[in-house]
Design a protein around this ligand. Structure first.
Ligand code: CAA
Length: 421
């Protein structure tokens, strides 16, 4: 949207993202197994909401409206109606207008878009929450639940792991169309994600190492786990985002909101533009391009008066390594079909010309689906404000970008941000 009223992200809170292979995640081999439980969806919403209020110093009473992004609380946690769960986190929010927003893995991004709409319509202080718990079931059952983000009737049968298979299909098409690209290029993306996560205390994969010799090919330590013989050879565990639990929440305000809260522009980053686009759930698009993301990005750049060359740091939706590759192309970081050259150049690594997914992305930081779009915005905020510790990018990060995607490129939310000093 072209912004009629200026909008500012004032910061917020990200909980640790955890799941299998995270040292604090309780499962069979953990010493607390049978004695303690992992945090619930309710616990995560509570931590994110109150963490965001505390870290920004904004009283709950000052929040005028809030949104929560969540995909399938009903399936993993037997819980829907999450607007009211946000009130459950803090009495100061009671009787305020709060609703849940759903757009598969772009639920968090759409919650952000909704709050921005409200700022345009006259609200001054809003909250955006995103949360998901997915570890209450096996990865295989979770694969069925997540398949609700595809066209279930037509696509569920692709594989027990529907989404991994859909992106293996894209990776197969990419490798066939661009024979110069190799499995090792995708391995490098995974090594970057895990390497960045190893520097990030909040990351699901903070303690797991991923050397290139493991990531670059299937093997005992990195199985090709799909059942569908057409796609099995085109996806390994290292290519996949994690089945994570976690939440994030942020405060989004107008200029008037900044003033009311006693904040200055230097406390905030500005939203320059946000665009979201939606494709047709019932048809397959070009496997070699993310055209919905491209439509959203083209509009976001035009409205901000910027181009891909202006972006200094980005968070993109790497649900699988092939998604990150195709995002580079859809967002204009690389020409169509040339994303692998950007990877080989190291351009998107922490010390590269355009660092992408600096805290590990969905592959390394983790992917509690409803939380991801909110976490991405907060990661840009934290990078711009120099709060990223061991994975802080050096230099003047004046322009940042987020791209959050739902389904197989069916809902995409792209936003551009400017640091204010
Ligand atoms: N050899 C062969 N097969 C093996 C194996 C080995 N050594 N180890 C595991 N497997 C196979 C087995 O079949 C196993 O399933 P079962 O145990 O049920 O038989 C399967 O792989 C999974 O193994 P695990 O349960 O041990 O694996 P895990 O818990 O470590 O999970 C993962 C790994 C399956 C890749 C999981 O992380 C995953 O599903 N990731 C993707 C999550 C996902 O799809 N998220 C949504 C992204 S899409 C998006 O963002 C858009 C949207 O809107 C949805």
């Amino acid at each position: 949207m072209a912004l009629q009223r200026r909008a500012f992200v004032l910061g917020g809170h990200i909980t640790p993202f955890i799941g299998k292979k995270h040292p604090d995640f309780i499962w069979k081999r953990h010493p607390d197994f049978g004695k303690k439980e992992n945090p619930s969806l309710e616990d995560y919403i509570d931590s994110a909401v109150n963490g965001a209020l505390e870290s920004t110093g904004v009283p709950a009473e000052a929040v005028e409206k809030a949104w929560i992004g969540n995909f399938v609380g009903e399936l993993f946690s037997n819980q829907g109606h999450l607007g009211a769960a946000v009130v459950g986190a803090n009495e100061g929010l009671k009787y305020k207008p709060i609703m849940r927003v759903e757009g598969a893995c772009a639920s968090g991004g759409l919650a952000f878009a909704s709050a921005l709409d409200a700022i345009q319509a006259g609200s001054d202080v809003t909250m955006v929450v995103g949360a998901e718990v997915q570890t209450t079931e096996s990865a295989r059952t979770g694969g069925d639940y997540l398949a609700r983000a595809s066209h279930y009737k037509r696509q569920r049968s692709l594989d027990d792991f529907t989404f991994p298979a859909m992106f293996a299909r894209r990776k197969k098409a990419y490798l066939q169309a661009h024979p110069e690209a190799s499995e090792e290029d995708f391995g490098r993306l995974s090594v970057k994600a895990y390497g960045n996560a190893n520097k990030n205390p909040l990351a699901h994969m903070k303690a797991v190492k991923m050397p290139l010799e493991v990531a670059a090919q299937a093997g005992d330590k990195n199985p090709a786990f799909l059942g569908n013989p057409d796609f099995k050879d085109f996806l390994k565990v290292s290519d996949c985002s994690q089945v994570s639990d976690g939440a994030a929440a942020m405060i989004l305000v107008s200029e008037e909101g900044l003033r009311k809260l006693g904040k200055t522009e230097a406390d905030a980053i500005e939203v320059l533009s946000l665009s979201y686009a939606t494709g047709n759930l019932y048809e397959d698009d070009d496997l070699l391009a993310m055209n919905t993301t491209k439509a959203a990005a083209d509009k976001a750049y035009a409205e901000a008066g910027l181009s891909a060359d202006d972006v200094k740091v980005a968070e993109v939706h790497d649900c699988f390594t092939i998604a990150e590759m195709l995002m580079y192309e859809a967002l204009g970081f690389a020409e169509q079909g040339k994303g692998y050259e950007l990877v080989r150049e190291g351009a998107t690594e922490l010390d590269g010309r355009i660092p992408v997914n600096t805290g590990g992305g969905l592959v390394g930081f983790g992917h509690p689906v409803g939380a991801t779009g909110v976490k991405q915005v907060l990661e840009i905020y934290r990078q711009m404000k120099g709060q990223c510790g061991d994975y802080q990018v050096k230099g003047d990060l004046d322009v940042g970008l987020t791209a959050n995607m739902g389904g197989d490129d069916k809902t995409s939310v792209v936003a551009l941000f400017k640091n204010l000093k």
